[in-house]
Design a protein around this ligand. Structure first.
Ligand code: FA5
Length: 335
């Protein structure tokens, strides 16, 4: 009976119940063993032997069943928890550099190749560095060119990266040459439209040494434009005005989207203005500690988003801020 019952046992709990029932203190076997004393003396050895053999057999059967059960449970677990190493993996989503960041990195590479170093400056500026040291005193009408977010009477969000011209010269003086570019975010109270944002990126450039000429500025900008847009890229300088440069120019590049024929990226003009530039004004040089009778230099400030729009054929600057994944995915590098 015990062996038949053991054959039905399927799990650890049933096995334990079996052990209590057939080998425990209240089992039939234990009762027989307790009654041995009531047998006549000559029958005891033989009865004892039978009972012992019986008990050993059940004990051995229980141990075998216990081993078999644990082996079966282990096998089941191994089968159900198996890892199939041949399954295809889950693909990792790849991020992409934002087009503005890509432009900044490319511009940095080009100017590093021309021997410039890279600096960064504060986004919260003083009126003094953003305007006064750039030859823009209080109440100067040219301040209206850059409508400003003021934080206090004297602190503001920088409207351009040009304050770093002065900070760099003050840090470097009296060394020459100074050859630096400064990428960074700037802020203006401009109405947002297809080509204007109230927060955008500029890259400032500054070269100061003895004997620097306007033709050096033009040559550097042409070399930059060809490295950035292609060896045939046409560049045009238009006379302009900035209080901190004299003479001043605005620089356009021929629209690579339409080849100059006119399209939405260049607002049908065939050209896109990418930067302002000029020869550093003597007042700015002297104020920053470089004697303008001995030193001169040029500076420029380019609009990163304008370059990104031109390079990638983006017709509205707002696309660069909306973080639409359909736009950003196009800049992911192929896997
Ligand atoms: C300046 O900010 C001068 N600091 C540039 C400069 C530096 C002149 C050194 C001389 C010497 P401007 O305001 O034109 O100039 O801006 C420079 C460039 O920034 C523009 O050519 C344009 O590409 C970009 N830009 C200007 N305003 C915006 C705007 N609201 N949104 C996006 N890009 C802009």
């Amino acid at each position: 009976e015990a062996e038949d019952a053991l054959g039905q046992v399927q799990d650890a709990r049933a096995l334990d119940e079996w052990r209590v029932r057939y080998l425990g203190k209240k089992s039939a076997l234990s009762q027989v063993m307790r009654q041995m004393g009531t047998l006549p003396a000559e029958e005891r050895p033989r009865a004892g032997e039978v009972v012992n053999r019986c008990r050993e057999r059940l004990q051995a059967a229980w141990e075998a069943a216990r081993t078999a059960l644990s082996e079966r449970l282990l096998a089941e677990r191994l089968a159900s928890e198996r890892i199939d190493v041949t399954l295809p993996g889950r693909r990792q989503e790849r991020g992409a550099l934002h087009p503005s960041v890509r432009v900044i990195q490319e511009v940095e590479d080009i100017f590093l190749g021309m021997g410039f170093s890279i600096a960064e400056g504060p986004e919260v500026e003083t009126d003094e560095y953003n305007f006064e040291k750039l030859n823009l005193p209080q109440d100067h009408p040219a301040r209206d060119m850059q409508d400003t977010f003021y934080l206090t009477d004297t602190l503001l969000l920088r409207t351009h990266t040009s304050p770093m011209q002065v900070r760099t010269m003050e840090r470097m003086r009296p060394q020459a040459p100074v050859k630096v570019i400064v990428p960074g975010r700037v802020y203006r109270r401009d109405e947002d439209d297809a080509t204007h944002s109230h927060a955008f990126n500029q890259i400032e450039g500054l070269v100061v040494d003895e004997g620097i000429r306007m033709s050096d500025l033009k040559g550097v900008l042409e070399q930059f434009a060809r490295a950035m847009f292609g060896p045939e890229q046409a560049v045009r300088l238009r006379p302009s005005f900035f209080p901190f440069t004299e003479p001043s120019a605005e620089v356009d590049v021929l629209c690579i989207n339409c080849g100059g024929a006119g399209c939405r990226v260049c607002k049908e003009t065939g050209w896109i203005e990418i930067l302002g530039a000029g020869m550093v004004h003597p007042h700015v040089l002297d104020g920053a500690g470089y004697d303008s009778r001995r030193f001169n230099g040029f500076a420029f400030g380019m609009g990163v988003e304008r370059i990104a729009m031109l390079k990638y054929g983006i017709e509205d600057i707002r696309h660069l801020y909306q973080n639409d994944l359909r736009l950003l995915r196009q800049f992911a590098r192929p896997v």
